[in-house]
Design a protein around this ligand. Structure first.
Ligand code: IMP
Length: 189
C-alpha cells in the first residue's frame, strides 16, 4: 500500500512485530502448554495479533472472540461497554487468556475482565500487544505486554482510525491534525 497521507511515521516495523509476537508466544507456551487454554480475542483490533500468535503456539487450545462497543461514541474511552458479541463457550473452570491489541485507559478491558471473572474461569490473564501505560485509569495490569508505547494514536496491524488502516503490516503513528480534525467532528455529532 502507498504511504498513507494521514500517517506521520512508522512506530513498529513488520520485523519488530514478528520478533515480539514470537517472544510472547514463547512465554505463553511456557505457561499454558499443559492447560488447554481458551484464548479470547477482543474484536475487532486483536484479530491480526491473535492470528499471528496462535500459529506459534504448538499445543492444544481453543479460540474465541468477544466484541464490545462503548455506549458513548466518544473518542475517549468511557469504560462503559455494551456486549455486541459474547464468547461462544462456557469458560467456567477453564484457563482463559484474553488477547487485546492495545490498552489505553484500561477501562474497556477492566469491564470485560469483570464480566468474564464472574463466570468462574480457573484463571484469567491478559496478553496485550501495545500498552499506553501512562494513560492507565483502571486498576488493571496486563500479564504479557508486547511494547509499551507513548501516548500517540497508532494504527495498523489490526488497529484502525475510523475503520481505516487495519491492514497495514506495521504500526504507524497518525498525524496529530488528522486525529484532532476527526475528534472535533465526532464531538459535533
Ligand atoms: P481503553 O478502554 O481506553 O483502554 O481503550 C481501549 C480501546 O481503545 C482499544 O481496544 C482500541 O480499540 C482503542 N484505542 C485506544 N488507543 C488506540 C490507538 O492508539 N489506536 C487505535 N485504537 C486505539
Amino acid at each position: 500500500m502507498a504511504w498513507p497521507e494521514e500517517l506521520e511515521r512508522v512506530l513498529l516495523t513488520q520485523e519488530q512485530l514478528a520478533a515480539k509476537v514470537a517472544e510472547l508466544a514463547q512465554r505463553v507456551s511456557d505457561d499454558y502448554a499443559e492447560l488447554s487454554p481458551v484464548l479470547i480475542g477482543i474484536l475487532t483490533g486483536s484479530f491480526v495479533f491473535m492470528s499471528d500468535l496462535i500459529r506459534l503456539l504448538d499445543f492444544h487450545l481453543m479460540v474465541d472472540f468477544i466484541a464490545v462497543s462503548s455506549y458513548e461514541e466518544a473518542t475517549v474511552s468511557s469504560g462503559k461497554v455494551r456486549l455486541l458479541k459474547d464468547c461462544s463457550r462456557d469458560i467456567a473452570g477453564r484457563h482463559v487468556l484474553l488477547v487485546e491489541d492495545i490498552i489505553d485507559t484500561g477501562l474497556t478491558l477492566a469491564h470485560i475482565a469483570k464480566i468474564l471473572r464472574d463466570r468462574n474461569p480457573a484463571s484469567l490473564r491478559i496478553c496485550c500487544l501495545l500498552d499506553k501505560a501512562a494513560r492507565r485509569e483502571a486498576d488493571i495490569a496486563p500479564d504479557y505486554v508486547g511494547f509499551e508505547i507513548p501516548d500517540e494514536f497508532v494504527v495498523g496491524y489490526g488497529l484502525d482510525f475510523a475503520e481505516k488502516y487495519r491492514n497495514l503490516p506495521y504500526v504507524g503513528v497518525l498525524k496529530e491534525d488528522a486525529y484532532r480534525t476527526w475528534s472535533s467532528s465526532m464531538a459535533e455529532v
